[in-house]
Design a protein around this ligand. Sequence first.
Ligand SMILES: *[C@@H]1O[C@H](CO)[C@@H](O)[C@H](O)[C@H]1NC(C)=O
Ligand SMILES: *[C@@H]1O[C@H](CO)[C@@H](O)[C@H](O)[C@H]1NC(C)=O
Ligand SMILES: *[C@@H]1O[C@H](CO)[C@@H](O)[C@H](O)[C@H]1NC(C)=O
Ligand SMILES: *[C@@H]1O[C@H](CO)[C@@H](O)[C@H](O)[C@H]1NC(C)=O
Length: 394
Amino acid sequence: MRNFRNLSIFFFLYTCLCLCFHSISTVGFTDRPRQHHGPGTVVALRTKAEKHLRLLPDAPFKIALFADLHFGENAWTDWGPRQDVNSLRVMSNVLSYETPDFVVYLGDVITANNIAVQNASLYWDLAISPTRARGIPWATVFGNHDDAAFEWPIEWFSPPGIPQLRCPVANSSCPGEEKCSFRGTTRLELIKNEIKHNVLSNSKKGPKELWPSVSNYVLNLSLSEDPNSPVAFLYFLDSGGGSYPEIISSAQAEWFNSTTRTINPDSRVPEIIFWHIPSTTYKKVAPMYGIHKPCVGSINKERVAAQEAKTGIMKLLVERPSVKAVFVGHNHGLDWCCPYKQLWLCFARHTGYGGYGSWPRGSRILEITQQPFSIRSWIRMEDGHVHSEVVLTP
Ligand SMILES: *[C@@H]1O[C@H](CO)[C@@H](O)[C@H](O)[C@H]1NC(C)=O
Ligand SMILES: *[C@@H]1O[C@H](CO)[C@@H](O)[C@H](O)[C@H]1NC(C)=O
Ligand SMILES: *[C@@H]1O[C@H](CO)[C@@H](O)[C@H](O)[C@H]1NC(C)=O
Ligand SMILES: *[C@@H]1O[C@H](CO)[C@@H](O)[C@H](O)[C@H]1NC(C)=O
């Protein structure tokens, strides 16, 4: 979440003034991802794509949620790229402390409205680099900033901050549109680049009929020796924002309905849900002052910034006894989990140094065990300390 500055002048410039980005496109990329391996950490790089997420019998499966990293924030300043380095450090620390089996990038991986380069995949790559470097598989979902249109910083209009970089004189239209375009990098371009270059990526482009909503898919978590009997299904949904409204559409709800009914008709296998923007139901369970039982968390500093409309996904979730919990990001100042009917509604923890708010950074961790099935969660902070442990299964 982050308020957009209203720059009507931007739209004027969008068509009339073209900038060449080349000389500003290098910020942020020169810093190699810091390798912060803890003592004794063995990094085994996996080089082959796996069809399932695998769980070893009697071993828990641990997931780290990286939410709201906001890479590429104010990339034209010194401050911006420094935040990216800080965010890399947060992720590296969390990965060293927890050594998770899997990472979920929970949206707002980048701040596209601040990224003045044609190909925001460069920032996306930087954001996933600590996980990739450790050979840990991951999946991503989109937030409302990942494909937002580039917004011009107002300073660039006031002396002496006038853009020095322009495309060759524009007459009717910008020459070489692809060089001057402000449309940003689309969800599809981002996800295609991610999938194409990363065997460890478990992200999917989702069914075509749901586009422009892209990150709609399900991953099977199964025992290594028995891939055909899933232990849990992880559902990823695109809650919109950026290039289209902040909603989970009724078409997505229908997709969820038919998918769950097909692969888990009797609700026997537990289901865990991930998306970026909290649904309006989060407002119903939000603790009023502080955080008190049955909610568990450490910061409750904002109002829930919910999706724009209700379109039926929550109704479907509460009707399925197999749905155990929903995890969202978006609100950087909230990190609680609250029960709602048979499931839990949880916020992740703001992981990135980009984006608003200066609450200490961390990552929500989930630990899934199979026999009996349970989900335990806690928050691991950048400095190593752990808090807000909660069991999300009865
Ligand atoms: C964007 O960058 C990615 C790598 O970060 C690259 O694979 C892809 O080809 C680039 N796309 C364009 C259109 O330049
Ligand atoms: C812009 O292009 C049009 C034709 O496309 C031409 O008539 C006009 O003179 C051009 N204006 C300038 C300022 O070059
Ligand atoms: C879900 O699917 C079932 C079976 O196809 C159907 O009867 C039901 O109305 C659907 N629910 C919603 C909310 O679409
Ligand atoms: C996941 O599990 C379901 C139900 O067992 C199965 O139908 C589906 O093919 C599995 N998907 C993959 C990719 O193995």
